[in-house]
Design a protein. Structure first.
Length: 248
């Protein structure tokens, strides 16, 4: 079991910095000695979960990881059910539509569909964003008991992603309370400069939040008022259509 944990820790360390990482980098990030790091890395290279970097220098995540991503996405009933609904929503909205999954302190993007040129990272599934600064995360927290919200915020690092990221706990709690009243949450440039996003929670059959739906656009094309007026009814309707009937 310890070997399994070390191997997973090694895979996670590869995402800590951009570019290829050396054995020394991986040993420092995982806390393992160089010999153990070398053996683990060799095994994971043989299995295809780690690959050599450009010109054979350093190590990067391997293509085999994408197989496991496919396994997860293809077995997730919510994503299967959401795909046609979100495709229709994106076609009607003409803006980027995302589906994120709730994972304690974070949301993880599991379905993303763009219509215009987007920032590269805004198009990738698997990106993890803290709940406290995302529209979907705040929408999800608006359906949780206050004690759970307090716990999430207490354990969050509250580190800004952009200069506009809100990290004041009192302000975040007010925005969660607003989302509880309006059935949607709003984020302005908090994870990506120039972006406005509305998020609505998707509830399971027990009325517990399990995911969120997002519609995101550019502040160069929309005022806050016009974006909210145009897209919140669409987001709320789609989130309600996806809720219920799916076990967590």
């Amino acid at each position: 079991m310890q070997s399994l944990a070390k191997g997973i820790g090694l895979l996670e360390a590869l995402g800590a910095r951009p570019g290829a990482l050396s054995l020394t980098d991986l040993a420092d990030l995982t806390g393992m000695d160089r010999s153990t790091t070398q053996r683990m890395t060799h095994t994971l290279v043989q299995l295809g979960y780690i690959e050599k970097g450009a010109n054979g220098r350093g190590f990067v995540p391997g293509r085999k990881i994408l197989d496991r991503t496919f396994d997860y996405l293809s077995h997730n009933l919510l994503i299967e059910r959401a795909s046609p609904i979100l495709t229709d929503l994106q076609r009607e909205a003409g803006e980027r539509v995302d589906l994120s999954l709730f994972d304690d302190l974070s949301i993880i993007y599991a379905w993303r569909r763009q219509t215009k040129r987007q920032t590269f990272f805004a198009t990738l599934v698997g990106r993890r964003i803290p709940c406290y600064c995302s529209s979907g995360g705040r929408a999800i927290m608006s359906h949780l008991p206050q004690q759970r919200v307090d716990d999430i915020l207490a354990r969050s690092t509250l580190r800004p992603i952009t200069p506009k990221t809100e990290t004041d706990v009192a302000v975040i709690k007010r925005r969660i309370a607003q989302a509880r009243e309006s059935n949607y949450a709003l984020a302005l440039e908090e994870t990506l400069l120039g972006e406005i996003a509305v998020g609505c929670a998707i509830l399971d059959h027990d009325r517990q939040p399990m995911a969120a739906l997002h519609i995101a656009g550019s502040l160069s094309e929309w005022t806050v008022e016009s974006f909210v007026q145009r897209f919140t009814p669409l987001a709320i309707e789609a989130a309600r259509a996806l809720g219920g009937g799916i076990p967590r």
